[in-house]
Design a protein around this ligand. Structure first.
Ligand SMILES: [Zn+2]
Length: 150
């Protein structure tokens, strides 16, 4: 699909060194539109919405954030830990908001799946359906998220 000028502008902002050191796209050469569309199809197959995923990620993040004492266990089978990082990052999509730079480490102990994400990841999934490009350090595979979070 042909890229609109607006999409091109967003995608340019996702390059390394503009809003974040490593950028958001990894070595993914697809257009932003296609990256989002293909992840959307995966979610549809799995029967989860991006809102449900983001809500679950927010839940764990808040639990971990409120716990100052290193890692904690939630619902008997999830291990979460929040790492504060000073500063904020800006969302590359239009009407940009800024998000805390922290990071959460998450582990589903039952399924032995470890994940790591940032508050910006949650926002981009919820508001834009964007899980980052393939090869990006912060890419979250929808399939693995669904397996790990629920
Ligand atoms: Zn945004």
């Amino acid at each position: 699909m042909k890229q609109t000028p607006e999409e091109k502008k967003i995608q340019d902002k996702m390059a390394p060194g503009i809003l974040s050191l490593k950028g958001f796209l990894g070595n993914d050469n697809r257009h932003l539109h296609d990256i989002i569309l293909e992840d959307k199809k995966v979610l549809e197959k799995l029967g989860k919405t991006r809102e449900e995923i983001a809500e679950r990620m927010s839940f764990f993040t808040n639990q971990a954030f409120e716990n100052y004492d290193g890692c904690m266990i939630v619902e008997n089978k999830f291990e979460v830990e929040y790492f504060s990082v000073r500063g904020r990052v800006i969302c590359p999509f239009p009407a940009p908001g800024s998000y805390q730079k922290g990071r959460i480490n998450f582990k589903n102990l039952e399924k032995d799946i470890s994940l790591s994400w940032t508050p910006l990841n949650i926002h981009m999934i919820k508001a834009h359906g964007f899980f980052e490009g393939i090869g990006s350090a912060n890419r979250l595979e929808p399939e693995i998220l669904v397996k790990a979070l629920f």
